[in-house]
Design a protein around this ligand. Structure first.
Ligand code: ATP
Ligand code: MG
Length: 582
């Protein structure tokens, strides 16, 4: 895990190494200052030799300045390395997420992915910044101070061995207890992000249903849970500090006691005792730093795991070797297709689908909510992979195509569609980044979007807010259709994409497909029979199976479901699912 993570350091390896080098140099100051102090006392103050005091004082001054410079250098490089590290991590994670298939995204929640890219990376960045400085400085200070103590007074070393043993045991228990709690903390972060996202996204619905209080109390519960877990986790980790302090005082008392004996006995000088005290502080400071490192690692271990999980997730839909780079035509065929979202699902969402659609045909799909219409069309552009059976486009299995080629040729106006912040033109050019303004206008004319765009003051330069909140539902749908048309696809799929458009405009859009792109295969999923009645063929889906295929007239005569929906909609214009109450 650590190896995978550290491989993201890349160009910041140099800064990391420099940080460690400077932190190592800082230790020279830590160690030399107490020694110089001892000299000042033993050779200057005690024999009352003032020129020695000045001499050693000057050396000490230089040592301190050296420490200051190396310390500042280590800090600067550490900040650089850590920020660069998080920059690389975020970049790689984002790139990986872009490669995810729909089913990969289903395994992580959106909120979870947001936490991983923000909180988790920040966590690792902060820990990394501290650790690369301390990981060198602490053990080096510790070891060299210990060696100095042993050189000055070997009889004191026993004290430190006891102290270290106490600390190691304490740390072990603290970390073992804290780690699972931190795991829970991050899970709570996920649900916090999900809750915020869901609420803010659906804020209009929340307000419409006057559910603010309900949502607030739901949110409060999530935040409270996070708060409690955090207090619990941090509460365990702070135990670390009293343990270290206890050890510090234990050492100070022991050294004072033993030291006093030795000084009185004449085997230790006053300067040496003062120096010993400074080394104790050094040793204990470095122990404190080392325990901090453990705590930081504990906290960020869970974040590291969550980051690596994203980085190592295998996109389950990838380009094949030697991909086909051209879609010959808009034919579609499905051969004994079964499909389930989860591998171990008991029941297929789509079962035994056989279809043969010729280029230029217009196909309507009708079926109740949950009858798997969306699932069916998602297989054509390989947004999901079939469980068994094959889907062919232009006579070739979709798994053999280059993904971009396939998706450029199979344009889907998704049921849950999105516009992004930017101008209308920018949004349209998602379909084809090189489209001229004229091409964009043409596509909008076909999608009946040009009329309303012309009424905006900034016309095609009108700014669209994030999620397309400043255009109406029907306008958004028409922009999404225009965006898909700009791809000049061989197959165009509209998944319930005109349900917010009035019937007149809906018809106009269909007519323009018929007249302007006669060779494009068009698949229209609709709840309104009116939207599909002129299609060459209509597929009636029921519970993931094809119930019937035929023209409007044929189905009206022969298919019970179709006839029922038709008659019902004739009567009062209701949509498909009203058949239940029929
Ligand atoms: N991402 C998903 N993961 C798991 N199950 C899913 C997923 N998407 C849809 N399903 C399930 O698959 C079944 C078919 O859903 P699908 O979205 O294809 O229906 P639909 O006919 O498009 O419905 P609607 O008319 O409401 O759009 C449903 O039972 C649904 O719960
Ligand atoms: Mg659907």
């Amino acid at each position: 895990m650590l190896k995978r993570l550290l491989s993201e350091l890349k160009q910041y390896k140099k800064s990391t190494i420099l940080t460690m080098l400077f932190a190592g140099l800082e230790v020279i100051t830590d160690i030399s200052v107490p020694l110089i102090m001892a000299w000042i006392i033993d050779y200057g103050i005690v024999p009352k030799n003032i020129s020695r005091v000045y001499q050693f004082g000057a050396i000490m001054f230089i040592a301190v300045i050296f420490g200051l410079v190396t310390g500042a250098g280590a800090g600067k490089f550490a900040a650089n390395a850590a920020s660069g590290f998080s920059y690389n991590l975020r970049k790689s994670m984002f790139k990986k997420i872009q490669m995810f298939s729909f089913s990969n995204i289903d395994t992580f929640s959106t909120g979870g992915l947001v936490t991983r890219m923000t909180t988790d990376v920040t966590n690792v960045q902060n820990s990394f910044q501290m650790i690369i400085r301390m990981a060198v400085r602490a053990p080096m200070t510790f070891l060299s101070a210990l060696i100095m103590v042993i050189i000055i007074e070997p009889r004191m070393s026993g004290i430190f061995i006891i102290a270290i043993a106490i600390l190691v045991v304490a740390l072990f228990f603290i970390i073992r207890h804290a780690l699972p709690i931190f795991r829970e903390v991050f899970k709570s972060y996920d649900s916090l992000n999900e809750s915020v996202q869901e609420n803010i996204r659906g804020i209009r619905v929340v307000k419409g249903f006057a559910r603010e209080n309900f949502e607030s109390s739901k949110f409060k519960k999530t935040v409270e849970k996070l708060y409690k877990r955090f207090v619990q986790a941090e509460g365990t980790v702070v135990l670390n500090s009293p343990f270290v302090m206890m050890t510090v005082y234990f050492c100070v008392i022991m050294v004072s006691w033993l030291g006093a004996h030795f000084v009185v006995g004449g085997s230790l000088s006053t300067g040496e005792l003062t120096t010993l005290f400074t080394y104790i502080v050094n040793i204990l400071m470095s122990l404190m730093m080392m325990s901090m490192i453990f705590v930081l690692i504990t906290i960020s271990l869970e974040s590291m795991r969550r980051i690596v999980e994203v980085l190592e997730e295998n996109p389950d839909i990838v380009n094949p070797e030697n991909p086909v780079m051209e879609v010959a035509n808009g034919d579609i065929s499905m051969d004994h297709v079964n499909f389930a979202y989860k591998k171990n699902a008991k029941k297929y969402v789509l079962s035994d689908i056989n279809l043969d659609i010729k280029e230029g045909e217009t196909i309507g799909i009708l079926g109740g909510t949950g009858s798997s219409k969306t699932s069916l069309i998602n297989l054509i552009s390989r947004l999901y992979e079939t469980t068994t059976g094959s889907v062919k486009v232009g006579g070739i299995d979709v798994r053999k195509y280059d993904l971009k080629t396939l998706r450029d040729n199979v344009a889907v106006v998704l049921q849950k569609n999105e516009l992004f912040s930017g101008s209308i033109l920018e949004n349209l050019r998602w379909g084809n980044e090189n489209a001229t303004e004229e091409e964009c206008i043409n596509a909008c004319k076909m999608a009946c979007a040009d009329d309303f765009i012309q009424t905006f003051t900034d016309k095609y330069n009108t700014h669209i807010e994030q999620g397309g909140t400043n255009v109406s539902g029907g306008q958004k749908q028409r922009l999404c259709i225009a965006r898909a048309l700009l791809k000049k696809p061989k197959i165009l799929i509209l998944d319930d994409s005109t349900n917010a458009v009035d019937t007149n405009t809906d018809e106009k859009i269909r007519n323009s497909f018929y007249n302007d792109i006669p060779n494009t295969t068009v698949i229209i999923i609709a709840q309104r029979i009116l939207s599909i009645k002129d299609a060459d063929r209509i597929i009636v889906l029921d519970d993931g199976k094809i119930n019937a295929i035929g023209t409007h007239d044929q189905l009206k005569e022969t298919n019970d479901i179709y006839r029922m929906v038709y008659e019902h909609q004739q009567k009062d214009g209701a949509d498909f699912d009203a058949k239940e109450s029929f």
